[in-house]
Write a protein that binds this ligand. Sequence first.
Ligand SMILES: Nc1nc2c(c(=O)[nH]1)N[C@H]1C(S)=C(S)[C@@H](COP(=O)(O)OP(=O)(O)OC[C@H]3O[C@@H](n4cnc5c(=O)[nH]c(N)nc54)[C@H](O)[C@@H]3O)O[C@H]1N2
Ligand SMILES: Nc1nc2c(c(=O)[nH]1)N[C@H]1C(S)=C(S)[C@@H](COP(=O)(O)OP(=O)(O)OC[C@H]3O[C@@H](n4cnc5c(=O)[nH]c(N)nc54)[C@H](O)[C@@H]3O)O[C@H]1N2
Ligand SMILES: [Mo]
Length: 789
Amino acid sequence: MELSDYKTAPVVKLDSLSDVNDIGKPWRYEDDNMTVTRTCPWSPPGCHPVGCGLKLYVDENGKLVNVEGDENHPVTQGRLCPRCITLKDYVYSPARIIKPMKRDRADRGKEDAWVECSWDEAFAIVKENYERICEQYGPESIIGMSGTGREGGTMSLYPTMVFGTPNYCYMQSGYACYTPRLAAAAYITGTTYSEWDYSGALPGRWDDERYELTEVIVMWGKAPLESNPDGFFGHAVVDAMRRGTRLIQIDPRINWLSARADIHLQLRAGTDTALAMAMLDVIIKEDLYDHDFVEYWCYGFNELAERVATMPAEKAAEICQVPVEKIYAAARMYAKAKPAAIMWGLAVDQKTDGMQNSQCIIALQAITGNLDRPGGQLMPGSDSGHNELGFGYKECIPDEVFQKMIGLDQYPAYCNMILNSQVDLMLECLETDKPYPIRMGFYMGDNALSNCAMEPKRWHDALIRALEFCIGIDTFMNASIQATCDLFLPIATVAEREGTVFTHYAPCTVTAGFMHKAVDCGNLPSDMELAYRLGKYLHPERFSKWANEHELVEAFRLGVEDHGETFDRVSQCVVAQVPIEYYKYEKGLMRPDGQPGFATPTGRVELWSTAYNQFGDDPLPYYIEPEFSPIDEHPEIKEEYPLVLTTGARVTAFFHSEGRQIPYLRELNPDPLLEINPVTAQERNIADGQWVRVWNMFGEALMKAKVTEAVDEKTVHGQHGWWFPEESGDEPNLYGTFRSQINNLCPNGHMGKLGFGAPNKCMCCNVEPIAESYDTDMNLIWEKFGKLV
Ligand SMILES: Nc1nc2c(c(=O)[nH]1)N[C@H]1C(S)=C(S)[C@@H](COP(=O)(O)OP(=O)(O)OC[C@H]3O[C@@H](n4cnc5c(=O)[nH]c(N)nc54)[C@H](O)[C@@H]3O)O[C@H]1N2
Ligand SMILES: Nc1nc2c(c(=O)[nH]1)N[C@H]1C(S)=C(S)[C@@H](COP(=O)(O)OP(=O)(O)OC[C@H]3O[C@@H](n4cnc5c(=O)[nH]c(N)nc54)[C@H](O)[C@@H]3O)O[C@H]1N2
Ligand SMILES: [Mo]
């Protein structure tokens, strides 16, 4: 097998969706003088592709007046998070931008310098700069900046098809979100990412005869009730618990789920790989593994056993700072339960040895025989996966341009997997013009300077220095666009658009949701539509095979060639469950060649990874102590920065930097919080609600102390994504975004060998009280953002 074969290319085939079973009322109906539109949202506002069921109530004037959960959605069943409930406030926020705006490059960072322009003029400005920069520096001098899985950011459409650049760039150091897990799964099992099977795809759900209730879930660095992470419906966990599923929680913090878990391993942040190796060792030594699965379907078991024997539970207990009995208990409980599942979250990626952590978790899932069994880990088959990532490359980017992708030679396991330039090297490139200059940029759903980029001031300076022209594509102004852009292109919210949404971005999808337009705020395009319109304007030949944006959507997201018919059929649909098969590896459904087994070079789950080996990493898992840990072996760090800093655990009020200007959401969490244990706070004379300075060798942030036993005495937790839209956006203030920015304390350039992973959840810091207060004045927020337009 070639390494490039690891990329999963196929798409969700609409024709295979059960009966495209429309559950409940039609997609649009009348109720009490209101028109109700049922829809499954993605973004904006932010969410991963989850597609919770929504009902949008529109009055006779065409205004969205109410939002409710759709009780007929098979998984969410009417339940919604506060961000969906306040959708009206997002759509009609006075801060929303609905017309294109332009500004002179010399006026970057000046709020008042923006002037509205027509779409025609905006497109002409893009064209003029694009052609000039391409001619002078080549298309590789363009960077497409993306953040989390918003539709704009997950599509390669903008960078590849519209602008023809190989430098599509997710802006978080080490691509430390989801992709390390995807990559590890692709390299080790031949198919991306296995998720807990919560019966989401089965018509009878929990009572479906094919389903077996999961006995035990290990919740590993994931908080699905707050985060609905990576296209997962958090509600499912509580539904399973009600039916008797028990939990093991692996998390340095206490939350609602850990309080209800049988075992909570409250480990020192960043030490997960040691714990995972020890759990493997216990399970192997105590003969608790599935012999048949190991014998028939695994490769390298003996080598793995030998390696994990170097991390006995006693050693891991010391590293992780947890009681050793709890490691034994957790390993036994997980291995004996049938079926059992591990839900693995963002904390798995956010460390230098994230790829090794993933490797161990996949090994645990495999040797206990839980891969692709009902109630275990659902795996994508050879017929499902991404179409999004590689779409357009071959046609739009000649090979010699593709080969110029920043990082491709040094980090092929990264760049080839997700067709992205390596972000840490991109930062250096922006700073030095080496190996070549980057001169044009565009944000396609990213607020790098307030959230995605580590050491954001460094990125700020690098982007301003390098970019001659930069475009922001967004619903609202933010600090990144204010600082670095010359053109703003506004897009539609979910209430104003059509589209599709597949859970987990399409691999391992359990539901397909369809978005329906309920209101109009100025005929704004979705990302897909904007890419189509702009692409057709710049490169008519590339887009000629699609008569309109819907046809492009079909081809791009649905893999449909017979334009029209299928889209017409499903466009009347709200939500459908996607048929699944279990035990696909026995049935020849995992490999493109139809043979039984897994789509890896050995045809097995590679516990000894031929891919890791081929890419120059150790084929077996190993633990790396976080570089900035305050431990005895790092005396200088321990002395100056004695606390472990973990960051960014999700809160329901906000999706990253979004929502600070929605008064109802801001009221839930008005200030940037730093969680600190009562004992640690007392030692430092810090009172609950007092403002503190948290700092380390990379920088500092001012935050408000939340004194809580959710963290232990050695750990603090800082919220991420903070900016203050009520403040001045002018440089250097930029909505105060650098003041309370936890990423000031997180570095770039500390990835693992394959280029993945960043220590965002396992840094060090110190904390001291400060005299000033920066409390948010909620009256001001209501005054500024409360009166909807
Ligand atoms: N310290 C720390 N930092 C972190 C994290 C952490 O855990 N700790 N988490 C990291 C992770 S996992 C991620 S993925 C990144 C996320 O980083 P980003 O994705 O950059 O997150 P946001 O700050 O929400 O910026 C997204 C921007 O896109 C806009 N937007 C929303 N929906 C759409 C859409 O559909 N189309 C377009 N064009 N724009 C849209 C929003 O208004 C917002 O301005 O942050 C990372 N930052
Ligand atoms: N409301 C809301 N939802 C979101 C987002 C958002 O900003 N807001 N962001 C979206 C994005 S891009 C992502 S990637 C997902 C992330 O969603 P999740 O995968 O759920 O990740 P987090 O919420 O960052 O952290 C999960 C848990 O990891 C714990 N943790 C911290 N450090 C460690 C550690 O070292 N080891 C272990 N084992 N656990 C640790 C935290 O305490 C937290 O409880 O959420 C998505 N959903
Ligand atoms: Mo993420």
